[in-house]
Design a protein around this ligand. Structure first.
Ligand SMILES: Nc1ncnc2c1ncn2[C@@H]1O[C@H](COP(=O)(O)OP(=O)(O)OP(=O)(O)O)[C@@H](O)[C@H]1O
Length: 916
């Protein structure tokens, strides 16, 4: 059985650490020796009647008056083994040392009664059990130390020391009495311990031989000290090092000096022996009374050294040994008298934890926290509760009053707001030209055709937004206007701006102002494309782009009444049937939106040579119309010839395909059938069919570029396949094929490179750039995208640097749109810089700071000075749009990102600088 479980103080039947308990007293009657039996002296008057009672059965009449029965904690008869005595009379106390409790085992009795015989066995068994326990608990660290002293004639001698010099006793404020210079041997194993015991016995016999051959007249104290590491006890809560000692005290014979001593040296010896024994008796007797009287520990070396083991912090067991011979009956009776006294002594043992400073601090902190909690508890239990309740009631009244005030103020504010709105609406309406008024009236009529009650609310919101925008415009500075104009996502009818839906129309006019001011992105193209790709979601998304009529010069903001998600809450309050009519309302709003689109596109279509745009009103699949900015990204609105025939997407539907003619810079506009195509996947590319394609290219100012390829059509490299460098690239020279051969690409590459070289000359591109480009891009299929970028870039440079009037006559409107697009992109890029940074850039670029005309300059500078903008992917994408490319495929993204990277990678191809 594990000793810790068996003898832990808490589990002990005799009480745990810190609890009062009596000294465990047992009596052992040794058997008669052979010699004693031979002398017929064995007649014994003692009989152990049971395990706790020894009986005196004297046949001598004069002794019959003595008490005949004595009870102790345990009585061992002559037939009991030492093992039994250890197990039942000493083990529990001895092994308490493993739990950090000091303990002592005394052997008391007259000479030759068996003290040494018993104590040596108990010491041996104890050590064996300690080692056994340590082996069963390898995770704990134990240190076992051993020391041995002999007290003879009130002189303390170290039995482990070779010399016989007496040791001094010192008083330590913490430890009590300590023996100076006492040797403490660390015991490695049981064999080591037995060696040490042999040394002690040898030392003791040397002394005894010189003094008294017949009897042991000295007191021997063997001390085992067990130190266990912190982990051995209790975990973090009770962390600390345990340190305790167990004393095995083999006392000198207790017979009276008169019986053994006569005179001279022997008398002195006897008095000293008795002094320790007598003091021990006195101490035990005084302790047994329980009175708070003086205990004379310091009267002898023995009691002084064993002070703790006798009346303090220790567990103690006393084994009183009896000589069975009738001739020693007096001494035996004295021994029993001593045992009876000792039985009454109460001890107060507790665990000895040697705490580290850290542990002590933690414990003190815990104690402090506990005391603070107690104090708080005391405070809270004081009669403050009445005041608190009164305070609470007062505050509740105050809150109720404030709520009423808030409600009144809100009502007044609403009234004021509605008055302001009415005034602004009137004023705004007056500012509209007749055509704009008719548009607004048409919108209003359209709304009135449905549910008047429901239609009014969006109208009001629309006007709110109009008003808010006007207010905003007046508030902006020139610098802010430059960055905000065209980038806010509101619907704006202006000759120089595109039309786009604004933010959530359900928000108040104050919110609208904030939203407009904050939404600098303004890029709704992606949403438009998503809607296009997932027709089922169209009706859920109010964001639609409307192309503005170019002839409108005056800037007027019109908010199309659109029901947003957040509006539902208002309807719930204002209209009990809101949930039921929500779908119908949404449909009406969509119809209205369609009407607006039609109205607005009428103006636009007047200028368009192709009437396919009218499909935006009539075709279900083309509900989403576009602003000019959207045009750069909206794709796939029209079906390809293949799709028209089969009803399925053309080719594999996975890459950008566009076609160009080879007659460079001719300025001719290709027919709609030869314009770039785009299928759904790369929705951001600029390629579209028919009129969309035409407008797209015009808008971006790529007339020269499209004309450039008028003779030989070609396909762009599929973007997703560009990621697989080294693999065959599918190219085609025919419109219907999407898988061109390597031969086709080679001739294509040569042709394009010639174009590039020609453009370099026209654009006066530095030789360094030309050299790098020429060396790096030498016809690998994956070069297609780089070649394409360079061509576009050069086309742009050419178109923007060429003198006015040299770019063809039919370009003005698309050039204007391109200019607007560049402005918008430039603003978005520059918005990423602080005002200070922007101004320093303008200064660096020599761009005018005071008018909006600078936008074109800024766009051009951003085109050629990409190192001046931040290196984020978003900026790269915006610059890509400036280049007229849509960064949707992995390779393109990668390319632009790397082009912007301040630390170019090892791959030179990727690190090619696109700057001129
Ligand atoms: N229980 C016992 N069984 C057998 N022999 C015993 C027993 N107790 C003691 N003896 C023997 O009795 C003799 C005296 O024992 P021991 O030396 O232990 O007595 P003692 O009390 O220590 O005497 P002293 O006070 O002189 O040292 C020894 O020879 C020992 O072997």
């Amino acid at each position: 059985m594990a000793r810790g479980e068996e003898l832990h103080p808490c589990d002990s039947p005799r009480g745990g650490a810190g609890q009062k308990e009596k000294i465990f007293v047992s009596v052992r009657l040794r058997p008669a020796s052979e010699r004693e039996r031979a002398r017929k002296d064995i007649v014994t008057d003692w009989e152990c009647v049971n395990s706790t009672t020894i009986f005196f059965k004297s046949s001598i009449p004069e002794r019959s008056l003595f008490p005949s029965a004595h009870m102790f904690d345990r009585v061992f008869g002559s037939d009991c083994s030492t093992r039994e005595v250890y197990e039942e009379g000493a083990k529990e106390v001895a092994l308490a040392v493993l739990d950090g409790i000091n303990s002592s085992i005394f052997a008391y009795g007259q000479t030759s009664s068996g003290k040494t015989y018993t104590m040596s066995g108990i010491t041996k068994y104890t050590v064996a059990d300690i080692f056994d326990y340590m082996e069963k608990h390898p995770g704990r660290e134990y240190t076992l130390k051993f020391s041995a002293i002999e007290i003879y004639n009130e002189s303390v001698r170290d039995l482990l020391s070779a010399d016989s010099l007496p040791l001094r006793l010192l008083d330590d404020p913490e430890k009590g009495t300590v023996i100076e210079k006492l040797i403490e041997e660390t015991i490695e194993d049981q064999d080591h311990f037995h060696e040490l015991i042999s040394i002690c016995e040898a030392q003791r016999q040397i002394g005894e031989t010189s003094l008294n051959e017949m009897s042991s007249r000295s007191h021997q104290i063997l001390r085992l000290t067990v130190v266990s590491s912190e982990s051995a006890y209790g975990g973090a809560e009770n962390a600390g090092t345990l340190a305790a000692s167990v004393n095995f005290v083999d006392l000198a014979g207790s017979e009276r000096a008169s019986q053994t001593l006569s005179a001279g040296q022997r008398l002195k010896e006897g008095s000293h022996i008795n002094r320790s024994l007598l003091t021990l008796g006195t101490v035990i007797r005084k302790l047994s009374t329980g009175r708070n009287s003086h205990i004379p520990y310091r009267d002898s070396k023995l009691t002084r050294i064993l002070q703790n083991s006798l009346g303090g912090n220790a567990k103690t067991a006393i084994i009183c040994t009896l000589n069975p011979a009738r001739s020693h009956v007096e001494q035996s009776r004295n021994t029993l008298l001593f045992a009876s006294c000792a039985k009454e002594v109460t001890m107060n043992a507790h665990v000895n934890i040697v705490m580290s400073d850290k542990t002590l601090v933690k414990q003190l902190q815990r104690e402090l926290a506990r005391l603070e909690n107690e104090m708080r508890g005391l405070r809270s239990s004081t009669p403050v509760t009445i005041d608190s309740a009164a305070d609470l009631k007062e505050k509740e009244l105050l809150i109720a009053k404030m709520e009423m005030e808030i409600a009144e103020l809100t009502r007044q504010r609403d009234i004021a707001q509605s008055k302001v709105q009415e005034l602004l609406q009137e004023k705004q309406y007056e500012l509209l030209n007749p055509e704009e008024r008719s548009i607004v009236e048409a919108m209003t009529d359209q709304a009135k055709l449905g549910d008047n009650k429901l239609a009014h609310e969006p109208d009001n919101r629309m006007m709110e937004r109009m008003n808010s925008q006007n207010l905003l415009q007046f508030a902006e500075t020139a610098e802010d206007n430059f960055l905000l104009d065209g980038s806010s996502p509101r619907l704006s009818l202006t000759a120089n701006n595109f039309v786009e839906l604004g933010p959530d129309p359900s928000k108040s006019w104050e919110d609208g102002c904030e939203t407009i001011g904050e939404d600098t992105d303004g890029c709704r193209e992606v949403k438009c494309i998503e809607i296009q790709e997932r027709p089922s979601e169209i009706e859920k998304k109010p964001d639609q782009c409307v192309s503005p009529p170019d002839k409108l010069d005056q800037k007027v903001d019109i908010i199309v009444p659109v029901k947003g998600e957040s509006e539902k809450g208002t309807d719930d309050v204002n209209n009990a049937d809101a949930d039921v009519s929500y779908e119908s309302l949404k449909k009406k709003i969509q119809d209205m939106q369609k009407t607006i689109n039609c109205l607005l596109n009428l103006g636009h279509m007047d200028q368009s040579p192709d009437s396919s745009e009218t499909d935006t009103c009539s075709s279900r699949s083309l509900k989403v119309t576009r602003s000019r900015s959207c045009r750069a990204t909206l794709v796939g609105l029209s079906k390809s010839p293949e799709e028209q025939k089969t009803g399925t997407p053309a080719s594999d539907g996975s890459y950008n395909v566009y076609q160009r003619t080879e007659s460079s810079f001719s300025g001719e506009v290709p027919s709609s059938r030869n314009l770039p195509r785009k299928d759904s996947r790369f929705s951001g590319a600029i390629h579209r069919s028919n009129s969309e394609d035409l407008m797209s290219l015009r808008d971006f100012g790529f007339n020269g570029m499209t004309g450039l390829h008028s003779k030989t059509t070609r396909n762009m490299v599929p973007a997703d396949r560009q990621t697989q460098r080294g693999q065959d690239l599918d190219l085609s020279t025919s419109r219907g094929s999407s898988h061109p051969s390597i031969e086709d690409w080679s001739s294509e590459f040569e042709s394009r490179r010639r174009e590039i070289i020609a453009l370099w000359d026209l654009c006066d591109v530095p030789l360094v750039h030309r050299s790098y480009f020429f060396l790096l891009f030498r016809g690998d299929p994956s070069d297609a995208v780089y070649i394409e970028v360079e061509l576009r870039r050069l086309s742009f440079l050419k178109s923007t640097s060429a003198p006015k009037g040299s770019q063809g006559t039919g370009k003005s409107s698309s050039s204007k749109a391109l200019s607007q697009e560049r402005e918008m992109l430039s603003r978005r890029i520059l918005k990423k810089h602080s005002r200070k940074e922007r101004e320093s850039l303008y200064e660096k670029w020599g761009v005018s700071l005071n008018t909006k005309q600078r936008s074109l300059q800024v766009a051009r500078k951003l085109w050629t000075n990409t190192e001046d903008i931040d290196h984020s992917m978003e900026s790269a994408q915006l610059v890509a749009k400036l280049l007229g490319m849509e960064v949707t495929s992995h390779v393109q993204k990668e390319m632009f990102e790397l082009s912007f990277s301040p630390k170019p990678p090892i791959n030179k191809r990727k690190s090619f600088s696109w700057r001129t």
